[in-house]
Design a protein around this ligand. Sequence first.
Ligand code: C5P
Length: 320
Amino acid sequence: MSADVAVDGVSRRRIRARASAKVNLQLSVGARREDGYHPLATVFQAVDLYETLTAAVRPDDRITVTVEAADTFAGVLAGVPLDHTNLAWRAAQAVRTRFGITDGIDLAIVKGVPIAGGMAGGSADAAAALVACAEAWDCGATRADLMELAAQLGADVPFALMGHTAVGLGRGDELSPAMTRGEFHWVFALDRDGLSTPEVFAAFDRQVERRGRPPAPPQVSEVVMAALMSGDPTYLGAALTNDLQEAALTLAPRLYGVIEACEQADAAGVVVSGSGPTVAALARDRHHARDMAADLSSRNIADAVVTASGPATGAVVLEG
Ligand code: C5P
């Protein structure tokens, strides 16, 4: 689980962890609250695209972050901050403060989740950093302690810690596990030009204003829950919804073509993932996912196309 490695003649405890990307099967959004957040009724599913993070204890009190990309995302790291604004940095600092740790840590992230893609890659970094730092510093944190810190770091971080499939209420951070059957196979069409989550929510607010009536209080979709229980992708595909999709399309109209291409490839359902710009297409089975990915790649409508399956695990410490 852990390894002590010698660096410059000093033995340093080193832990590797990973956390997965998510897709929202339902994302219902209510009217903006006083604190700027929106009430949500969402169903998250973790999929097996991973952020991997290695945490190595430092003898001084510094926290450092380095980032490299897994192959699909090579060359798109420019926007990732390496300072105290990085969510993994903030996660390490949160563990340190909460447990009175004085040592520092080096965090090395390998990104396998698209950046600013609506798949919570930054939140996965934070979740992986929480479990890795807690283990590396051996601070005796419980899962409940880490969940509490996760909610302080961001609305999507608790789910990145928890994984699998879950209903999220409140800001999306009040979680309860959802019952599912089998595996679902996805194709994700990625876009290099990420969308900013606050900007997509702001575009949603402008739409609400134009309509002149507030959105209904969000509620969990019984159809999505039943589809998950059935394990039938046709049923789930027809039930996918995202209230942020229109806002994301306003900011990135190029996504209309991507959605159309997924429909032409006979996807069971297509939805913008979270705040976008990733487009998620649900396949009928694993083979269909592979065929659809090949079809979409050959059409050159996205910067990259990847397949992934869910539900996947949350943040875990890796062996060795
Ligand atoms: O919590 P997090 O920092 O990940 O949220 C990023 C931004 O997304 C928030 O500042 C807010 O603009 C928007 N957001 C929201 N309502 C939510 C979750 C996020 O408006 N429930």
